[in-house]
Write a protein that binds this ligand. Structure first.
Ligand code: 3DD
Length: 418
């Protein structure tokens, strides 16, 4: 029996039902499982994973195991583990160390446990696992042939390490795949962030001033989904081109100092620290709701808020009320951690299907090529995007046109002009 530590093994049956639900909505990953469970190309590989323990992640874990890998897993956020999913994976025989609401020490203890079997591959979301191997477990570097990284923030961190010559093994930036960032980050984050806000507050979005800090892929998704629910979207930005795009999309754009005075709901999606700080809390309306959908919990400065608050209490699950000296109340969701996974179930299965098809392909690629690559950050072959998208279209019964031979020739013929 695999070693593991989960909150409650009795939740396994409930978790299994959720995983089956996800499997029925992840045709790309299930197609890969069907294909590679026969040939088992990952046989002999030991994969340590550090990625939110959700029903969708469980489908990826089961697919990696079906392809022959030995898998050990921890969650990549103290608040994002779904305990019933963790129980189901433990019952599957996966070495999983994850439970909801981890302390910082427990979080890193779980990561350390996944390293006990000396992984040959690491699979990350936020680079905490790979960073632990580089900084606390250098003796394991000799076993690792490569890794993958899921998210924008993690890829940014790894590129900085590579630039410094600090990266010691090759990693695939999964986030750079079009069928990841242009779907997961936009449509996934858009829907799941609204989902988290609604589960933690059940407020009406229509007519509310919905302030989004950061108009990158995630912010863009949040803006369009919030507008779809009738909210008045306000965008704050530091990058002129992003601010301009938001303006041309019809959103109001202004500095956070101004937005803080009129916002009803605030969400940060910047990847930067201290986006909402003391002076913003002071100018917010009574009843303002504040949350974050970036990977780390540094975007909302909770230290500033705790200094200002005279009283704090949990008024609903994942919803803390902070009362200021003047009686104004500010509601922080998910303790400032990513609201889509702390207060809801993360992105829907349909979109994680493509992100995790890229993760699976990244593991295959690294298991084959890792030992021949220098320590750097790589991207998958863009052809894989079209393959993943084609399977997705086929599974959803959508048919598209095909170029004729003449059109293919035209596409590469530079001789003719007007
Ligand atoms: N992420 C969002 N929803 C998720 C889910 N249902 N399962 C696992 C991970 C999930 C995080 C992704 O957005 C990841 O791609 C990221 O952090 O960028």
């Amino acid at each position: 029996m695999a070693n593991y530590k989960v909150a409650n093994e009795k939740l396994a049956a409930q978790g299994r039902l959720k995983i089956e639900w996800a499997e029925s909505r992840m045709p790309v990953l299930m197609r890969l499982r069907e294909k590679y469970s026969k040939t088992k190309p990952l046989k002999g590989q030991r994969i340590a994973g550090c990625l939110h323990v959700t029903k969708e992640t469980a489908v990826l874990v089961r697919t990696l195991a079906a392809a022959g890998a030995e898998v050990s897993w921890s969650g990549c956020n103290p608040l994002s583990t779904q305990d019933d999913i963790a129980a189901a994976l433990a019952a599957d025989g996966i070495s999983i160390y994850a439970w909801h609401n981890l302390s910082r020490e427990e979080f890193y203890w779980c990561i350390d446990r996944t390293l006990d079997f000396k992984p040959t591959l690491t699979l990350d979301d936020g680079a905490d696992l790979i960073f632990s191997v580089h900084n606390k477990h250098q003796e394991l570097l000799k076993y690792v042939i490569g890794g993958t990284e899921e998210t924008t923030t993690g890829v940014h961190r790894l590129r900085a390490m590579a630039k410094d010559g600090a990266l010691k093994y090759p990693v695939v930036a999964i986030n750079d795949a079009e069928t990841k960032w242009d779907f997961d980050n936009v449509y996934g984050t858009g829907q799941s962030s609204i989902d988290g806000i609604l589960r933690a507050t059940s407020v009406m979005l229509a007519g509310k001033n919905f302030v989004i800090a950061g108009y990158g892929h995630c912010g863009k998704g949040c803006a369009s989904r919030a507008r779809g629910m009738g909210a008045n979207v306000i965008v704050t930005e530091i990058k002129p081109t992003a601010a301009l795009k938001a303006t041309l999309e019809g959103y109001r754009v202004m500095p956070m100092d101004e937005a803080a005075k009129i916002g009803d709901i605030f969400i940060t999606a910047t990847g930067m620290k201290d986006v909402i700080v003391d002076r913003h809390f002071r100018s917010m309306k009574d009843g303002a709701i504040v949350c974050n959908t970036g990977h780390y919990d540094c975007e909302i400065n909770l230290g500033d808020l705790e200094k200002l608050a005279k009283n704090t209490r949990e008024v609903r699950p994942n919803n803390d009320e902070h009362t200021m000296a003047d009686g104004h109340r500010i509601y922080v969701l998910g303790k400032g951690r990513l609201v889509n996974l702390a207060a809801a179930e993360g992105h829907p299965s349909e979109v994680m299907d493509m992100s995790f098809a890229n993760q699976f392909q990244g593991m295959l690629f690294m298991s084959r090529e890792g030992k021949n690559l220098k320590a750097d950050v790589y991207t998958l072959d863009p052809k894989l995007d079209q393959e993943i998208a084609s399977i997705k279209l086929e599974a959803t019964g959508i048919r598209i046109d095909k170029l004729t031979d003449e059109q293919v020739r035209y596409g590469s013929d530079y001789a003719h002009g007007t």
